[in-house]
Design a protein around this ligand. Structure first.
Ligand SMILES: [Zn+2]
Length: 294
């Protein structure tokens, strides 16, 4: 009874590992996608107030940075970036020089050049002529001496240099990385971008839009690929270790009970194939014989 182990039992083990790996990746992709979709849906319907601020349309715990103005090759963009642990909303607005001098400076208190990071400076507060609300936001930020994020994230869409489309708001959802996004677009008279003519959104579903702060409502569905792939892999590893942990626990339990670790067949009364080894008659796996299960 001392024949070599047949190839098929190790092939079966490999295919089992491979199957677990594929399940893990699929489940790993479902977790961030499902989470992001649920979060974006939560922004459209009213979640409990302690999670969601219905007045501002934002997840609570959000951190604001003062709005900044970015000077780039396509002209001046005003950026507003609201952030919470599960959601980032970046709105990029085209501002003409005339608008900049009339109201832009008050609403977007600091001017930055594209990849530069500027430290919030207390002196800027002194020069700020904006409304009290903006001023207090800026003060809270400047007192912490944080860095302004002066470059829009790569997933944020920018309005074209000219035309009626003057503002694009990109809402990106997910945890820990943002994996799904949708856009809200605001169209206006190119000569006066405050004169809004219409708005639309990529978000799925027809939800009441209490504008003006947040045009990008609806369920997010546009993937942010690099983050989605990284998240899927990370969550996949988590699933894989869960599967492997479960399998390890099951095979230990079977061994203690004197059953085959591969298929659970009861090995009591099956003769040893070599000292301390017993071959499972069901799946051919060689099991270590524990004395009490003989
Ligand atoms: Zn077996």
């Amino acid at each position: 009874m001392n024949r070599p182990a047949p190839a098929r039992s190790s092939t079966r083990q490999w295919s089992r590992v491979l199957r677990r790996g594929i399940y893990s990746l699929v489940l790993g992709a479902f977790v961030p996608i499902g989470l992001a979709a649920a979060l974006s849906w939560g922004r459209c319907v009213e979640f409990p107030r302690r999670w969601f601020n219905w007045e501002t349309g934002s997840w609570t715990g959000k951190q604001l940075q003062p709005n900044v103005s970015i000077e780039g090759p396509l002209g001046r963009l005003a950026m507003q970036w609201d952030s919470s642990p599960v959601l980032d909303v970046v709105s990029l607005r085209r501002v003409t020089e005339k608008e900049w001098s009339e109201w832009g400076l008050a609403q977007y208190p600091d001017v930055v050049r594209v990849p530069e990071l500027v430290r919030a400076d207390l002196s800027v507060r002194e020069s700020l002529r904006g409304e009290a609300a903006f001023q207090s936001r800026w003060t809270a930020f400047a007192d912490k001496g944080k860095l302004l994020r002066s470059r829009a994230p790569s997933w944020a869409s920018r309005p074209p240099g000219e035309g009626e489309l003057v503002l694009i708001e990109t809402a990106a959802y997910g945890w820990p990385l943002r994996v799904l996004k949708n856009h809200g677009r605001v169209f206006a008279d190119p000569a006066d971008t405050l004169a809004i003519t219409r708005m639309d959104t990529d978000g799925l579903g027809t939800f009441k839009n209490p504008w003006v702060a947040h045009p990008a409502w609806g369920i997010a569905w546009i993937p942010i690929w690099p983050a989605l792939l990284a998240s899927s892999a990370a969550y996949g590893v988590m699933w894989f270790s869960l599967f492997c942990g479960g399998a390890l626990w099951r095979s230990r339990r079977r061994r203690k009970q004197g059953r085959c670790t591969g298929c659970g067949y009861d090995l009591a009364g099956v003769p040893d194939s070599s000292p301390h080894l017993v071959r499972c008659p069901e799946c051919d796996l060689r099991n270590v014989r524990l004395d009490h299960t003989r």
